[in-house]
Write a protein that binds this ligand. Structure first.
Ligand SMILES: Nc1ncnc2c1ncn2[C@@H]1O[C@H](COP(=O)(O)OP(=O)(O)OP(=O)(O)O)[C@@H](O)[C@H]1O
Ligand SMILES: [Mg+2]
Length: 301
């Protein structure tokens, strides 16, 4: 079983909520950027819920050509089209369990209409078939773009969104819950110690500081990959700054530096506005002329 790691308030809230909804048959919509743990969350819900003895089937809606997706979902009967065979769709295969539709916003709009009907009626019909089969499937769907934006862009049907978001979870980005980094590091270090048969003891405080300063655009997957890369090379001891890739060690700017950069920009703009006339620029910035003169020198403008 894969663990759903995190002790931050945001993750605690999500775990509590997941617990509460784990036994419900109603749909769930998850929104989270890439690598934030959508699939991990779905597995967690399957593991703790009353459908755990039944299948969890995952389908990435962007991974297959759109005309194929329909037959994957609903199945086919022999002769429905050339080469069509009698074949169950994943709705039927997931019967009693959970069907996870990842990157729902990549599903063609017409197919979203058919999906909505299946959710409303609880029956599927294989392509080319006349008879309907009753299915009991809990659908969990996810998007890696905010659902409202998907709807605006015409990538997600609003009625389907309402149907699916009976329960809704937004997974935070890693940079919004940096307090979980240390636990995630320990978890991945343990996992790769076992997998690679290594003996890494942990991560040094200095290395951790770099992790805290970094933004993690690839979220938890990126953190995991960084640790995996390090542990391919390193055998023992603590992970220290010299083990980290350069892009993570980029100099981090403090408040003072950020403020003076901003100040410099505002002064340059004011000077440009008055063709370099210091008195007028000072007047505009509401500071004495001498103060501006001093700042121009100090900031090297
Ligand atoms: N809370 C977590 N605890 C432990 N590992 C996690 C957690 N969240 C994510 N991971 C790890 O990060 C990686 C990415 O997670 P996952 O595949 O669930 O992300 P995702 O949101 O589905 O990403 P994508 O949108 O790219 O499909 C996985 O390898 C998983 O091991
Ligand atoms: Mg995923």
């Amino acid at each position: 079983m894969e663990y759903f790691i995190g002790k931050s308030n945001k993750i605690k809230e999500i775990k509590d909520y997941a617990q509460k909804i784990s036994n419900s048959p109603s749909p769930l919509l998850i929104y989270g950027e890439t690598g934030t743990g959508k699939e991990v969350l779905v597995k967690y819900i399957h593991d703790i819920g009353n459908r755990r003895a039944k299948p969890l089937i995952s389908q990435n809606c962007a991974a297959v050509p759109s005309n194929l997706l329909e037959s994957i979902l609903f199945g086919t009967v022999r002769g429905a089209f050339t080469e069509a065979l009698d074949k169950k769709g994943i709705f039927e295969m997931a019967n009693g369990g959970i069907l996870y539709l990842d990157e729902l916003n990549s599903m063609p709009i017409e197919l979203q209409g058919k999906l909505l009907r299946v959710l409303e009626d609880g029956v599927v019909r294989r392509i080319g078939d006349l008879k309907e089969v009753k299915v009991d499937v809990r659908v969990i769907a996810s998007t890696n773009v905010e659902p409202e934006i998907c709807i605006e862009k015409g990538l997600l049907r609003r009625d389907l969104f309402y149907r699916l978001s009976v329960f809704y979870i937004q997974l935070p980005e890693l940079k919004e819950r940096k307090e979980d980094i240390i636990e995630l590091c320990d978890y991945f270090i343990n996992a790769f110690n076992r997998k690679f048969n290594k003996n890494i003891l942990g991560i040094s405080q200095e290395a951790l500081e770099f992790f805290y300063n970094y933004d993690w655009p690839g979220n938890i997957r990126e953190l995991r990959n960084v640790i995996e890369a390090i542990m391919n090379i390193k055998d023992e001891g603590f992970i220290t700054p010299k083990d980290l890739p350069h892009y993570i060690k980029r100099e981090h700017k403090g408040l003072e530096e950020l403020v003076s950069e901003y100040e410099k920009r505002l002064i340059k703009e004011a000077l440009a506005l008055y063709n370099g006339n210091v008195s007028k620029a000072a007047n505009f910035l509401k500071i004495p002329r001498q103060t501006l003169q001093y700042k121009i020198k100090k900031l090297g403008i």
